[in-house]
Design a protein around this ligand. Sequence first.
Ligand SMILES: Nc1ncnc2c1ncn2[C@@H]1O[C@H](COP(=O)(O)OP(=O)(O)O)[C@@H](O)[C@H]1O
Ligand SMILES: [Mg+2]
Length: 372
Amino acid sequence: MNLWNGRDFMKSVIALIFGGKSAEHEVSLRSAKNIADALDKDQYTPILVGISKEGSWYSFPNESVFTQHSKITDANLPADAEPVAIVSLNGKPVIYSLKKQTSTPIDCAFPILHGPLGEDGTVQGLLKMAQVPFVGCGVWSSAAGMDKEVMKRLLAHASIPSAKYILLTPFNNVSYRELTEALGSPFFIKPANAGSSVGVHKIKNETDYQVKLKDAFLFDRKVLAEEFIEGREIECSVMGHNHDPRASLPAEIIPQHEFYSYEAKYVDDNGARLQIPAELPSEIVQKIQDLAKKTYHTMGCDGLTRVDFFLKKNNELFINEINTIPGFTKISMYPKMWEATGIPYRNLISQLITFAFEKFESEQELKTSYLD
Ligand SMILES: Nc1ncnc2c1ncn2[C@@H]1O[C@H](COP(=O)(O)OP(=O)(O)O)[C@@H](O)[C@H]1O
Ligand SMILES: [Mg+2]
């Protein structure tokens, strides 16, 4: 039995939010299906809320939404889709049906949206306004975690190493020569706010630079030129409250392409080998876990985050990026690393929901008036 907010009820209603206006819409649907399947139905009742590719919100009465189509589009909706909004009604969060004009109370939201307009603080802000406890990082930490340039500035402030970079915008003109002088050759370019390796390129000559920079700018107005770090790609799952996180055993991605590109991730079935857990000496595992937790703390994460590293031959560690809503598909690294650490998928989901309730409760303790 759950006791929350003075209410006593048998099961918590969890709004699973998936889809969204991002290149990772389809991955989100696969993650959400697995979470819906794994959710402990003795403790939780899921409500399925999908955001279409156009950005419209719907609720779906059953899991067939995950199997009928590979994506949700306004023009090709399942017949039982209902337009909805998540709002605060009489101080309590509800899912409001725009057609029936009825409201269904919810206890918690589990956003499983990847990339911009989902992982970047936007949905988190909406959920905060609707006064709904939600799984995962809050507004600023999601936004700063999404923007690789802001992340690097925060990491640098905490003396956490990440690749040297130069910021490129449509308003500054940095030549190839200037970049190779500062960063060496080859170097990487990547949009500051993107994911799934879209717009990420390894640059080896000036023509490459001119062509690939245009591509990177298609995804964001901010592009990073970054020194090439030659090393192993290691990831580590972290969960818990910001002051008290726990890190999983790390795992290794071994790309079979020149780097872990979009093709290696999603197009080529043999694009990468996953080593879970990674084969590493115990003192390096410890160093990775410590740095993952320090990064989590520095970035204000609360709930969950996947921290991605480069490990050089001399054992030097660099943070590559963080993912505040990592994939949750059956083969995704985040839940797999927890499984390898002894936490099964179902328990992981329950644990993440518990963190959401705890965080919300502690936020409720803060005063909202000066004189009362
Ligand atoms: N500075 C770098 N040095 C070496 N490889 C890099 C560098 N930056 C990116 N990569 C390669 O590109 C991949 C995708 O880049 P990443 O920054 O993780 O973007 P995304 O958020 O799209 O996953 C990485 O997994 C790695 O293989
Ligand atoms: Mg990455």
